[in-house]
Each structure stands twice: as C-alpha cells, then as structure tokens.
Ligand binder design. Structure first.
Ligand code: TUI
Length: 314
C-alpha cells in the first residue's frame, strides 16, 4: 500500500488525483475515481454555475467520498463558479491556467482545500502565502494548457521552494511515473490522459480511439506565440493551426480558429476540426479500463517498482 500525507489531508485512500480535463471531466468520471479511493475532479471548464451545480449534485448522488472542482481561471464564468463552490461546500478546489489570488481568501475562509496548479516556482511561492493547502506542479508533458518546464525539473524545484505538499502532474500514466514522482519529493500525482480511456469517461469514442492509437511523438504544442500554449494530438486542426501560427497569423486569428475546437473533439468527436488535447504519455495508454482498475494499477505498480528499486542500494 502507498499512503502519504496527501491521503490524510484530502480524506482519500490513494494519492491519485484525476485531472480536471475541460469538456471531459464530469460527475461520471469524478465519482468513479473518488469511489476508487482517489480524488475525482469535475471540470468547471467554460460552463456556467447552473451546469456546474448539476454536476456537483449528481457527483454527490454517485459517491459519498471527497471530490474536487477544477476552475479554469480564463473561463468567463470563473467569478460565478468561484462563488458556487463555496455555496455548494465543495471539499477541494483545483485551479488552472492562471493566478487564483483574488479568490483564495474566500475559499480558504469557507474551509475549502485549495490546490492551485503551478508551472513555476514563483507562482508556487505566491500560492503558499495566499493559503493554499497544496500545489500541483504540472510539467509541459501534460495535455492542454502547458508551461515551459518539464515535470522532472519543475517538481523538485517546487518541493525545495515551498513547505507545502506537492502533487506532480505531466507525463504520469503508470506506476513508474508515480514512483518517480515520489522520488522527486511529490506526495501524490495528478493523472489526466490515462483517464480519458476510462470506462466511466464520457468523452467521444473518436477521442478514446485516437488516444489508444497515439505513439510517443503523437502530440504537438501550438499557441506558444500568443502565450496560450496548448498540447494536443497532431490532427488536421492542430497541424493547420501550427502552420498558420508559423506563417505569422495574429493572436486574434488564432483565437478565432481555436474557438470551440475542444468541444468539437470531446463532445462531437470531430476529427477534422477538433482539438484533441493529450499529454505526451498517450503513447503508453493502450487499454480501456474502469477508473478503479486504473487507480489500482497506478498505485500497485508504484509499490512494486519502489520495492524493487532497493536492490540497487548497497
Ligand atoms: O489549465 C491547465 N490545463 C488546461 S486548461 C484548458 S482549457 C483551455 N482551452 C483552450 C485554451 C486554453 C485553455 C486545457 N488545459 N493546466 C494547469 C496549468 N496552469 N498549466 C499551466 C498553468 C499555468 C500557467 C501559467 C498557471 C499559471 C500561470 O501563470 C499564472 C500567472 O501568473 O498569471
């Protein structure tokens, strides 16, 4: 068994958080991960408070265990969902794609455990001072919006910089990644890409098939020129986007092209026009499984390799 202080802090059995994937991570996936002993997370994505309230309530019908809500700070609905998580007494809030400082006081005084995603040491330090419970150090191997540093370089630097529990994310999809994260000083992991093919994940079939077929070099990062770097599978949409970006398209033109593309992939399974966000580890995701089987494999696999690693110590 692997048990870390993150488990006690969040009231979970296994130190595995499910990534709050926009347009994908709903009550179905989140409740399945929480029921498996990890922390399931509903993505508030670009939806309004009414949609999120429904998801929170259905999650509570499907599990009596803790779960979280991921608030994407660039969403136009971020202020209203920030209030809603207090009203609904959501146990854990994870934030992404920005600095949540303006909301922190309200969440912390409502007793919410706040876990910001950071892509740099500087933001980790700010979050520590603002009252974060823990931070997720997310390397650029991950899918979706990415920072510049890798998981291997970011996690130990954040661990050294802040006296908060650190959760590693980006490039983790099996027990070896979990074990490596613990060796870097993290006390838990957040996993996104592998949960895309979970039985309880409601993403389109096309999306699942594309992840299962992906290899090690199947992803590309677009949008670096406009400050909105996003990692997704190489598809007609993303390669066109990259070509226009290289040809000097303006930030406005690129934003117009990207609008609605994640929904097209996640909900409609539109291979031509969709943005299939994915981490670099997709090449290792080969099997559809229940969320519980994935959580168990991550933790059991880590236990196995950590025990075996002792043979190198003299
Ligand atoms: O947020 C994510 N991943 C995401 S959000 C998303 S939705 C989206 N859709 C279309 C375009 C853009 C986004 C898909 N994937 N991960 C967490 C994360 N946060 N990664 C990196 C960061 C980050 C980067 C810079 C957090 C803060 C930051 O700077 C904060 C500041 O000082 O403003």
């Amino acid at each position: 068994m692997i048990h870390t202080p993150i488990c006690d802090m969040l009231g979970i059995e296994k130190p595995v958080l499910q990534g709050g994937m926009a347009w994908i991570a709903d009550a179905s996936l989140a409740s399945a991960v929480s029921n498996a002993g990890g922390l399931g997370i509903i993505s508030a994505m670009n939806a309004d408070a009414a949609w999120l309230r429904n998801q929170i309530r259905s999650c509570r019908e499907l599990t009596d265990r803790p779960f979280g809500v991921n608030i994407m700070l660039q969403s136009p609905f971020a202020p209203e969902v920030a209030d809603l998580v207090i009203e609904e007494r959501v146990p854990v809030v994870v934030t992404g794609a920005g600095n949540p400082a303006t909301y922190m006081r309200g969440w912390v005084s409502a007793g919410i455990k706040v876990i910001p995603v950071v892509a740099s040491v500087g933001l980790a330090r700010l979050m520590r001072r603002a009252g974060a419970t823990a931070v997720i150090a997310e390397g650029g191997e991950s899918g979706g919006h990415v920072g510049d540093l890798t998981t291997m370089t970011l996690v130990p630097q954040v661990v050294d910089a802040v006296d908060l529990p650190v959760i590693a994310a980006g490039g983790i999809a099996d027990g070896r990644g979990v074990a490596a994260s613990l060796m870097l000083g993290a006390l838990g992991v957040q996993v996104g890409t592998r949960f895309l093919v979970a039985d309880e994940c409601t993403v389109s079939e096309e999306y699942k098939e594309r992840i299962l077929k992906a290899n090690d070099i199947a992803t590309i990062v677009t949008g670096r020129s406009s400050g909105h770097a996003v990692r997704c599978l190489k598809t007609p949409f993303s390669t066109t986007f990259a070509r226009l970006e290289a040809a000097g398209a303006s930030a406005d033109e690129l934003a117009a092209l990207g609008a609605g593309s994640l929904r097209k992939a996640a909900v409609e399974g539109d291979y031509e026009e969709g943005s299939f966000m994915s981490g670099q580890i997709a090449g290792m995701v080969r099997e559809r499984q229940s969320a519980a089987a994935i959580v168990d494999d991550l933790v059991d696999g880590a236990e196995r390799v950590l025990s075996e690693a002792m043979r190198w110590v003299r």
